[in-house]
Design a protein around this ligand. Structure first.
Ligand SMILES: [Zn+2]
Ligand SMILES: [Zn+2]
Length: 359
């Protein structure tokens, strides 16, 4: 595929930091960049760019001024929590959140203006953030801000937001629940699993009826079943929706080595997801495709998954595919029970009742 890809990174993204004992560790962003440098990925088709922090007027397209002020003030104090106990307000958090959001906005602007074909931000993907509250380590919903920027400043109407994080993209879904913005989320779903939403029966409301797609996954969902569900649902939804722009939340916590989510993906599944979605972006929207990070609590898995996906999307890897072999999972993952029939039931429901609603 032709076109160039930008990869956004700044040291300020590392300020999105909740402390040494917190599961969320932004150092993975730097490790991803370093790995890409080591394998010689930057240069011909992949460019390393440093984004500016997000501007407050952009944040206000999604978040209330009162909430933005509260984040800044609590961060200045550097104590307490932004939610009920998952998301601590640390002294650098506000600046970090602006940097992380800035990466997604810079990628989106560059792609919509045609400066780059694809934009990648290994940070961002803060899909649990709501207009007036933080949740699940997410402060500002950069995906939603990017979508609003596309709608309001660039007249883009048909936006697809695809979310492969192991957790449901509840904040993003909530923000666009009554609109024809297509949100697709595949995630672990079950009793007591955070955030508790994301059933296949949540399908949008009003104007947005049929435009929220949820694929709840049983424990231990492996590569083949995931890729089958992903290709089927995403292709069918995008065939009907014909997006002008694709935003992809590419969290890596569905990897088998991640301790926060009990799904069983390997690096091969992520490579397949990246290739498939990249192809669809060329098919529907002249390649206009922005990919953000998300969850990823196994730092080494996140690093390898993102380096592989970046090469798949940008075509930047100067070696043959075997050249990335050292980044693929080497351990054979032990199989645990996976309720395939449960997933098939959900897919049947979506196929029968939800996907036909998209126009
Ligand atoms: Zn491309
Ligand atoms: Zn997650």
């Amino acid at each position: 595929m032709s076109g160039t890809t930008a990869f956004y990174y700044s040291d300020d993204m590392l300020k999105y930091y909740f402390g040494p004992d917190h599961p969320f560790q932004p150092i993975r962003y730097r490790k991803i960049r370093d790995t890409l440098e080591e394998i010689g990925a930057f240069g011909h088709t992949l460019h390393l760019e440093e984004p500016r922090p997000a501007r407050i007027d952009c944040l206000r397209m999604v978040h209330s001024s009162a909430y933005i002020d509260r984040v800044r003030e609590l961060s200045e104090v550097g104590e307490g929590y932004l939610d009920r106990g998952d998301t601590p307000a640390t002294p650098t958090l506000y600046q970090g959140a602006l940097a992380v959001t800035g990466g997604t906005l810079a990628a989106t602007e560059a792609v919509v203006k045609g400066v780059f074909t694809h934009g990648l931000n290994p940070a961002g993907g803060m899909h649990h953030a709501h207009p007036d509250r933080a949740s699940g380590f997410c402060v500002f919903n950069d995906l939603a801000v990017a979508a609003r920027l596309l709608q309001k400043r660039h007249g883009i109407e048909r936006i697809a937001i695809i979310d492969i994080d192991g957790h449901h993209g509840d904040g993003t879904q909530h923000i666009f629940y009554n609109e024809k913005v297509l949100t697709i989320s595949l995630h672990r779903y079950g009793k007591g699993f955070y955030p508790g939403t994301g059933s296949e029966r949540e399908i949008g409301r009003g104007e947005g009826y049929g435009y929220a797609i949820n694929v709840p996954l049983p424990a231990n969902t492996p590569d083949e079943a995931y890729l089958y569900a992903y290709r089927k649902v995403v292709k069918e939804a995008l065939d009907a929706y014909r997006p002008e722009f694709i935003l992809h939340q590419f969290g890596t916590d569905a990897h088998f080595g991640d301790s926060l989510v009990d799904l069983s993906l390997t690096t091969k599944a992520y490579e397949g997801i990246a290739e498939f979605t990249h192809d669809l972006a060329h098919k529907y929207c002249d390649g206009r495709y922005v990919v953000t990070g998300g969850g990823g609590y196994n730092i080494d898995a996140a690093r390898r998954v993102w380096a592989i996906a970046t090469c798949a999307i940008s075509g930047a890897c100067p070696f043959e595919p075997e050249g990335l072999h050292h980044l693929q999972d080497s351990l054979i993952h032990t199989r645990h029970h996976f309720a395939a029939e449960d997933l098939n039931d959900k897919l049947e429901y979506l196929q029968k009742f939800v996907l036909p609603l998209i126009q």
